[in-house]
Ligand binder design. Structure first.
Ligand code: ARG
Length: 589
């Protein structure tokens, strides 16, 4: 739906005949919804540039517009141009949305593939609250791209290759769980079932021990290396661990409505590591430094020495950008090595036009290093790859969300908590014993509470606020969608021709257009808050209409059918937006 484009086109024609610079021919959302659906404020900026009276400029622009029947342009002092859609245009919008499968969103011209890397779960570690944002944002961005007809490939990119693996295996061995694998022949033990509980306790324990016990750390590092060389028995233990973990991780993501095309892990890129090393070596980009193989990635203005030193007497740098480490001194691969191998694998396997990584902003330096190195070696160009970096989800105290005893909150526990909260609210509405419905509402509360924030900022996760059935929340949107759905069911009658009758209807259509525009914004800057705002505004406009206007009780058939069409139109748009945000619509609540 190209209303904005159409308007800017009209303005441009006027600008051309006046000889005004075209870059000013833009429109913006209206600050005064009663007088205008959109507005053009170009006259102010033009008056500075052309040293002419702004009011005259605005009036000239209006006078020189081509004749058309879609919009009315009116001058508003001191130099605004108010734009309103005509009745005919408003009605046309409804019929275009109704006739289109994608509500009028125009697909891109050429086929393009986008690969989205999100989720980022780690084998042997349970999904926790830190995984929430990546899952929510990644899934929604994927759906935005799909809306515009992009082919999308979503990959969880499991963490399954680093020190965390070696640590877990070393701990399980110390716990005596792995005798079957490590002492085969010496003990007559039956193959143990490695359980999730074992993995869940082993990793945190090991993680603490690695700081205090150098011998243990060394063992974990050895196992990591052995794993990377596919040595037995470490490799088999690892594969068994992986099967158990993935099953559980999938369940968690499915509860959040996240679905991945690929369940690749860092390990799947391992066959490409050789090629990566060769590529850097051939181009003379890698060199040995303190026994490690490294690549310089700093740009001008980075690594500027200061006159300060750290506690070891080493010089501190301004804008530090350390070299990327390809191989550790002991020959082990690192996170960055597998990242580069993954980039190459993705390029060779799928040749995507874009790769988008939805990962915590605390990994910003890692991605900068890897993307720069990948660009330097010629795997990819800078405009094809980017990191959508998100901020931290904090508790009410403004600190990263933790349990009372200071531990990371498991995703599972978090979902149960929010499900309970939703069940309480439902009870107030007279609905009891419906855990499935409570789950749908709880997940919606959590997702919308997250997605409505600007991605890069930290935000406060407030259970009560997010779960409210009133205000800008997921449940409020679900409630409104369910209400329209049940109204349409009750009507048991198909709509007819939409004819604009009430002021409240105009507002619904203007909000609908803004929702459609928000998808373009989302696509341009990988943002989701604009969609959340717009769908909320649409739902509230509809709520006002619903309260003020007779719909089902209208006895004039033509008018009733027209209203029902508007209900269908609104439902279709809210449902599309909630689909994009990966939020379910319950039948009733
Ligand atoms: N597993 C990683 C972590 O827990 C996140 C992976 C993100 N994706 C990537 N391609 N590095 O930190």
């Amino acid at each position: 739906m190209f209303i904005k484009n159409q308007l800017e086109n009209l303005l441009q024609q006027s600008f051309i005949s006046l000889g005004y610079p075209l870059e000013y021919a833009t429109i913006s959302a209206s600050n005064r919804p009663l007088d205008a659906d959109y507005q053009c404020n170009a006259a102010f900026a033009l008056s500075k540039r052309l040293k002419q009276n702004p009011s005259e400029i605005a009036q000239n622009i209006i006078k020189n517009l081509p004749t058309q029947t879609d919009f009315t342009f009116t001058f508003s002092a001191p130099a605004f141009i108010n734009i309103q859609l005509t009745k005919q245009k408003i009605e046309e919008v409804v019929s275009v949305v109704q006739a289109s499968k994608q509500c009028g969103v125009e697909p891109i011209q050429e086929k393009q593939t986008v690969l989205l890397d999100y989720g980022g779960a780690n084998i042997a570690k349970e999904l926790h609250i830190g995984h929430l944002r990546s899952a929510n944002i990644g899934e929604a961005l994927k759906r935005v791209y799909q809306l515009f007809g992009y082919k999308t490939i979503s990959d969880t990119h499991l963490g399954d290759w680093g020190l965390q693996m070696g640590l877990t295996i070393a701990q399980l061995e110390d716990d005596g769980v792995l005798d079957y694998y490590f002492k085969s022949g010496k003990t007559a033990q039956a193959k143990p079932t490695i359980t999730l509980e074992m993995l869940n306790t082993a990793y945190p324990k090991a993680s603490k021990r690695k700081e205090a016990e150098p011998k243990f750390r060394k063992k974990a590092e050895d196992y990591t290396l052995q794993l990377q060389q596919k040595k037995e028995p470490v490799y088999t233990v690892y594969k068994d661990m992986k099967t158990i973990s993935i099953k559980k991780i999938k369940e968690g993501y499915n509860q959040l409505n996240c679905y991945f095309d690929l369940w690749y892990g860092e390990s799947d890129a391992e066959p490409y590591i050789g090629k990566v090393l060769t590529a850097f070596a051939t181009k003379g980009l890698s060199y040995l430094s303190h026994g490690a193989l490294v690549v310089d990635v700093a740009k001008e203005g980075e690594n500027i020495p200061t006159d300060k030193t750290n506690e070891h007497g080493e010089i501190l740098y301004k804008n530090p950008m350390p070299p990327l480490i390809l191989k550790k001194h002991n020959g082990a691969d690192l996170y960055a090595t597998s990242e580069l191998a993954t980039i190459l694998m993705r390029k060779e396997e799928f040749a995507p036009n874009k790769m988008i990584y939805i990962v915590d902003k605390r990994q910003s330096q890692h991605f900068k290093q890897c993307f720069r190195a990948a660009e330097k070696v010629g795997f990819i160009t800078a405009d094809q790859i980017y990191h959508v970096e998100y901020g931290t989800m904090n508790g009410k105290d403004g600190k990263p969300f933790k349990t009372r005893s200071g531990e990371t909150v498991k995703l599972e526990d978090m979902i149960s908590l929010i499900q309970e909260k939703a069940a309480e609210k439902l009870k107030q509405n007279g609905i009891e014993n419906n855990p499935e419905l409570a789950l749908k509402i709880g997940v919606a509360a959590m997702k919308f509470g997250d997605l409505q924030n600007s991605i890069s900022k930290d935000y406060i996760f407030d259970f009560d606020k997010f779960c409210a059935f009133e205000g800008k929340t997921g449940p409020y949107l679900q409630y409104n969608a369910a209400r329209i759905q049940s109204l349409l069911k009750k009507a048991n009658e198909v709509g007819g021709i939409f004819s604009l009758q009430y002021a409240e209807e105009r507002d619904i259509i203007v909000q609908a257009l803004k929702l459609l525009e928000s998808y373009e914004t989302a696509l341009q800057d990988n943002s989701l808050a604009p969609i959340c705002n717009a769908v909320y505004n649409l739902a509230s406009s509809f709520a006002t209409y619903y309260n003020n206007v007779k719909i089902l009780t209208e006895t004039n058939t033509f008018k009733r059918k027209s209203s029902l069409t508007l209900c269908e139109f609104t439902y279709k748009l809210i449902a599309q937006a909630l689909h994009v945000l990966a939020i379910d619509i319950p039948e009733k609540m």
